[in-house]
Write a protein that binds this ligand. Structure first.
Ligand SMILES: [Zn+2]
Length: 255
């Protein structure tokens, strides 16, 4: 049976998401921003927590781990390259490693840049990706521990996923990201249509994710640094894509 997901808002602007395998009953929390919100989601769905899949070490993705593990004895899977910064890790993973949630088969994609060891999880059969703070809808994470070239390469790995991949990110930043994206590509029609759709969702109190990789390719300036018009728009025609990406990221930091 296909995987099921349950998305919920928590903390200030974080997303939490549960990934559930109906065949085995296994359920993973993707990151653990806060235990109470994850518990509420479990109560609402009636699912039993078996795993926590951690994307990176930041507190707003890991603060709930200890309490959830105490209550559910769940397995904690975390990125090998920063596992020492994360509490109570049972299993460490890196590029290409298989991660199972019950009968759901996922694999790890290393996506460093926001943090040095950040990973994403991709479940190909269900075309679901959990990308933490690497890719946001119409945006991307701040480059904190890595460098722009590293972050661009990480985003390219995610851009290579199938177009109909639905991805879940760590924060609800979409509307603010759209305001910025329009400064880079004011004439992007797909982006304008997305802006209308997102405004409707926000007005209805609904989340703006999951989004698809295919849509982001046409709408998200951070995935479009190798599009000639985008390079030109930031005054860097014929520069390497990662430099264009770095300039867009720098402008967003100041926006
Ligand atoms: Zn983070």
């Amino acid at each position: 049976m296909p995987a099921q997901t349950y998305l919920f808002a928590c903390l200030k602007d974080n997303f939490g998401v549960l990934l559930h395998d109906p065949d085995s009953g296994a359920t993973a929390a993707i990151d653990a921003p806060e235990a109470a919100a994850v518990e509420a989601a479990l109560a609402k769905t009636g699912w039993r927590l078996t795993d926590i899949l951690v994307t990176h070490h930041h507190g707003d993705h890991t603060a709930g781990i200890a309490e959830l593990k105490r209550h559910h004895q769940c397995r904690v899977v975390a990125p090998r390259k920063e596992a020492q910064k994360i509490a109570l890790v049972d299993e460490t993973v890196g590029e290409g490693d298989a991660v199972r949630v019950g009968s759901l088969a996922g694999r790890v994609i290393e996506t460093p840049g926001h943090t040095a060891g950040h990973i994403s999880y991709f479940f190909p059969a269900d075309k679901l990706a959990f990308v933490g703070d690497t890719l946001f809808s119409i945006g991307c994470g701040r480059v904190i521990e890595g460098n722009p070239e590293m972050m661009w390469q990480s985003l390219m790995k995610l851009r290579h996923l199938p177009d109909d991949t639905q991805f879940y990110c760590g924060h609800e930043y979409t509307q603010a990201n759209i305001r910025f994206a329009k400064t880079i590509e004011p004439n992007n029609k797909a982006l304008a249509a997305r802006a209308d759709e997102v405004a409707r969702l926000i007005a209805a109190g609904k989340p703006t994710i999951p989004a698809t990789i295919g849509a982001e390719k046409t709408e998200n300036p951070f995935l479009r640094a190798d599009v000639p018009e985008v390079a030109k728009a930031v005054g860097l025609a014929s520069s390497p894509a990662w430099k264009v990406f770095a300039e867009i990221r720098e402008r967003k930091n100041r926006f």
